[in-house]
Design a binder for this molecule. Structure first.
Ligand code: SF4
Length: 325
């Protein structure tokens, strides 16, 4: 199957000065050598603790961050090298939805104005009348009333604000939506309504999602495939069912053991990880997870495992499952 989005060797290091007077810089390894294909119409969930690099991945794909190295191709075109009309087309095609839509809504502008503005800037509507019609259609598409266009952001609940955030992301006709903790701040009942809206929009508009979340309940509900990140690297990538049943990587096992079971709400015996995720300024040698892994051996500290396919569509970065490269 042809990939809609092809990511190769994507790396993002943030430079930090050691001190005011020192020239030498240190680098936060936010992303290291990520390879990923996103297939048209799929939902790929990206999970991991805070500091794993999952949000930086989303921000780099929509070019809120410039990559340090690597390429991102959308429909075969290199995003980094795009200019002019091609650049505008690519920017419209990949949109991002954030956890807190309120933060990106101007409280002094009506919702109608906030939704019409990007369409006007990108020449999607000919005049004010066309913008009003388009705004009404967008609001209906996300389950709101067209006359809500006249209201201001403060008048909406958290779930309604997220619907407005989704409407704004849809206003430019994207093909890929990157959702960064898009339902994390919502109550459980509202969360499931918004997840259902995402599923409905996917069927209706043929959207493709990169769904960044720390919530494995959300992952079960929405994903076709799941990717686990740890300290800037992919450690496991698998179809959803294989991910939950086989859960090969020790870090994946620990994450799943900490989440409630979908049917009973109970947790499995919890695999406790020691300590916090290490500092990304100076990632551990060998396997980056070895400082916390219950199954670490001497080789794990010395030799970095590579991401390898261990069964069709299932990749793991761990010496327990993969042969040395
Ligand atoms: Fe644990 Fe070693 Fe596998 Fe890393 S390579 S996850 S330390 S067993």
């Amino acid at each position: 199957m042809t990939a809609l989005l092809e990511i190769r060797g994507l790396t993002k290091h943030f430079g930090l000065k050691k001190s005011l007077f020192q020239r030498e810089r240190q680098f936060v390894h936010a992303l290291d050598d990520i390879d990923l294909d996103l297939v048209q119409g799929e939902t790929l969930s990206v999970v991991g603790e805070s500091g794993s690099g999952k949000s930086t991945l989303g921000r780099t794909i929509v070019r809120l961050e410039q990559p340090t190295a690597g390429t991102i191709r959308f429909e075969g075109q290199d995003i980094g090298g795009a200019q002019g009309a091609q650049d505008r087309h690519l920017r419209q095609s990949i949109q991002m939805i954030f956890q807190d839509p309120y933060a990106s809504l101007n409280p002094r502008l009506s919702v109608g104005h906030a939704l019409a503005e990007p369409m006007r800037v990108h020449g999607k509507v000919a005049d004010a009348a066309a913008a009003r019609v388009a705004v009404g259609q967008l609001l209906e598409r996300v389950g709101l009333q067209p006359d809500m266009a006249n209201s201001y952001p403060f008048a909406f609940s958290g779930g309604q604000r997220q619907r407005i955030g989704i409407a704004r992301a849809l206003s430019l006709g994207p093909k890929v939506l990157i959702c960064d903790e898009a339902v994390s701040a919502l109550d459980v009942s509202v969360q499931s309504q918004i997840l259902n809206l995402f599923s409905h929009l996917k069927r209706e508009l043929g959207l493709t999602y990169l769904f960044i979340t720390h919530d494995l309940g959300v992952v079960r509900h929405i994903s076709d495939r799941v990717m686990v990140m740890y300290l800037g690297q992919v450690v496991e990538l698998a179809p959803r069912d294989a991910f939950f049943k086989r859960r090969l990587h020790p870090y994946t096992r620990a994450l799943i053991s900490a989440a409630p079971q979908p049917t009973t709400g109970r947790r499995e015996p919890r695999i406790l990880l020691q300590g916090e995720i290490p500092n990304a300024l100076n990632p551990p040698s060998g396997c980056r997870f070895h400082t916390r892994c219950p199954q670490a051996t001497a080789v794990c500290k010395a030799v970095e495992p590579v991401l390898q396919e261990v069964e069709p569509g299932h990749q793991v970065r761990c010496h327990l499952f993969t042969a040395p490269a």
